[in-house]
Ligand binder design. Structure first.
Ligand SMILES: Cc1cc2nc3c(=O)[nH]c(=O)nc-3n(C[C@H](O)[C@H](O)[C@H](O)COP(=O)(O)OP(=O)(O)OC[C@H]3O[C@@H](n4cnc5c(N)ncnc54)[C@H](O)[C@@H]3O)c2cc1C
Length: 511
């Protein structure tokens, strides 16, 4: 558990993170591992004890691998046993079946988890980094911007004292009501769904024979979702019926009445019930000058795909390396302009699909449900989106712009373990190419790790018919080619966009 390690307050830092939810914690870990000086301000005294997210995907596990926490986190997870959408008669409309083996990302495809436990592990991870300071019960209430720095004004909520912290960049990971988003300005694009749902978490005393997989009940009268979380934890989500007094919608008696179809107090304790409005919104601006937003501050999605937190963690993985390049490699700060467009297009694809599934859950009749299922399924198989990044630091087409798989080397090591949170050039060993010395020098100054393929990694290159794949630190493919000349043409302009390794790094100001 992270603590407030600064009593007098930081004089200055490179990055101030506003909000220590899961997204702020992942961003802090990524930046801390690179030695960036970071000050994190969180208004609450402790982790929010009531879980919201219950599912994340393998790409997120890969980010935890990047910050060296996958092994610590994995034992508390439950590999997802799948998800189905059923009609009122119990017929399966869409199914995401679960494999009980490792998937293309090098991990199981989806995991169920207990959010407060996950956040505990992420916060403990921050304690590894001397350049990261965490300030709990500190609320950011204003920022004053100047061309070179931002003064962040903070209230120490324990003492009521006010202080000012200077930062080169301020990242709002401050949730749905983000102050930083409002200071950036620009509106929110509305993707059309805003629905009140009651979320209820139960702890089972014994299992009365609940469904083995997550089940979303498409029902014109009473749409609902059931999730086998971890251990004896179970979640139900019920759409608030029209006309219900929302102030009473999450009242325990009402919740037990809604859950009666599956369980009664003899089977479980009700841990908590709360009303949430599921929104579908995306920020029009993700950056203005030295202010940026990530996570729920930048987008909100109905949880029918389990992707809100995933999108936030992808934001952190996309943004951290760009900040590191600007702060440590002298990359122009225009690199940060690629963050919003890249992430907006990607997050948008998931929100649109979640809205679509939400419409299916609440469709008026069977034929509407089936038509909606048909638009996103292949047969009854629910096909998850694998969107490309919006315009930014990648070549378009083929393997580029999308998340790379994580195959294993011949000796079973995972690809990312060889590269770390860095750029990597994977080179086919079958092609037997020798890279010219000048190119190797360029790769070195750009900070690109060169990896010789073997095992499944070589099979991947063969399947996409490429000799070289250039990976970004967030594991999206920057470019793939089979020609050394092309590779040179791809790398040369990157010198300007990404900056080069500083030979003698100037010491950062520690927060
Ligand atoms: C019912 C429900 C189910 C969900 N299920 C899933 C799921 O299965 N999978 C999934 O991926 N996502 C899911 N989500 C979405 C997911 O929970 C959120 O996207 C995620 O928790 C957001 O994380 P965050 O760090 O961006 O924001 P938050 O967790 O909201 O953290 C923001 C933090 O900023 C702090 N803060 C705010 N303003 C200030 C300030 N001015 N100064 C200091 N601190 C400040 C707050 O105190 C808070 O701690 C679900 C959401 C809900 C509601």
């Amino acid at each position: 558990m992270s603590s407030n390690r600064s009593s007098s307050g930081p004089p200055g830092c490179d990055v101030a993170i506003v909000g220590l939810g899961p997204v702020g914690a992942v961003l802090g870990n990524l930046l801390g591992a690179a030695g960036v000086s970071v000050a994190i301000f969180e208004r609450d005294a402790d982790i929010i004890p009531t879980p919201r997210a219950v599912l994340f995907d393998a790409e997120i596990m890969r980010v935890f691998q990047s910050i060296g926490l996958a092994d610590a986190i994995e034992p508390a997870l439950r590999p997802s046993t799948g998800m189905q959408f059923v009609d009122p008669a119990g017929n399966v409309l869409l199914l995401r079946a679960a494999a009980d083996t490792e998937g293309s990302q090098g991990w199981r495809a989806f995991y169920n988890f207990h959010q407060p436990s996950l956040e505990g592990a992420l916060r403990a991870g921050l304690d590894r980094y001397p350049t990261v300071s965490v300030h709990l019960r500190h609320e950011v209430f204003a920022v004053d911007e100047s061309p070179n720095r931002v003064s962040v004004r903070v209230e120490d909520m324990a003492s009521g004292g006010l202080r000012t912290v200077s930062a080169r960049f301020v990242i709002g990971c401050d949730g749905a009501r983000s102050l930083i988003r409002r200071l950036i300005g620009g509106g929110l694009s509305d993707l059309g769904m805003h629905e009140p749902w009651v979320v209820a978490d139960f702890v089972l005393k014994h299992d009365p024979g609940l469904p083995p997989i997550t089940t979303q009940y498409c029902d014109p009268v009473s749409p609902s979702t059931y999730v086998h979380v971890v251990g004896n934890r179970r979640r139900w989500e019920f759409k608030a019926a029209p006309g219900v007094d929302l102030r009473n919608a999450a009242n325990p008696d009402r919740v037990w009445a809604l859950a009666r179809r599956w369980i009664s107090p003899e089977h479980a304790d009700l841990e908590r019930a709360a009303l949430y409005t599921f929104h579908s919104l995306i920020a029009e601006r993700w950056r203005r000058d030295r202010l940026l937003v990530a996570g729920d501050a930048a987008h909100q999605t109905p949880p029918f795909l389990g992707q809100g937190l995933c999108a936030g963690i992808r934001d952190a993985a996309n943004l951290a390396w760009k900040l590191i390049r600007v702060l440590q490699y002298q990359a122009p700060d225009s690199l940060l302009d690629t963050y919003g467009p890249e992430r907006e297009a990607h997050a948008n694809a998931f929100i649109q699909m979640a809205v679509h599934l939400g419409k299916m859950l609440t469709a008026a009749n069977d034929s509407q449900m089936r038509a909606l299922a048909g638009e996103v399924g292949s047969g009854a198989e629910l096909v998850y989106p694998t969107p490309s990044l919006g315009q930014g630091i990648h070549h378009n087409g083929g393997a580029a712009g999308v998340i790379a798989p994580q195959p294993r080397f011949e000796d079973r090591r995972r690809l990312d373990d060889d590269i770390g949170y860095e750029f990597g050039l994977i080179v086919s060993s079958l092609a037997q190419v020798t890279l010219p010395a000048q190119l190797l020098e360029l790769l070195d100054s750009l900070g690109v790790a060169v990896v010789s393929a073997s095992g499944q990694i070589e099979e991947w290159l063969t399947s996409i018919r490429q000799t070289f794949v250039l990976l970004r630190p967030d594991r999206y493919v920057l470019a793939a080619t089979s020609s050394v000349t092309d590779l040179q043409d791809i790398l040369l302009p990157l010198e300007r966009a990404l900056g080069v390794r500083e030979r003698s790094r100037t010491s950062s100001v520690r927060a």
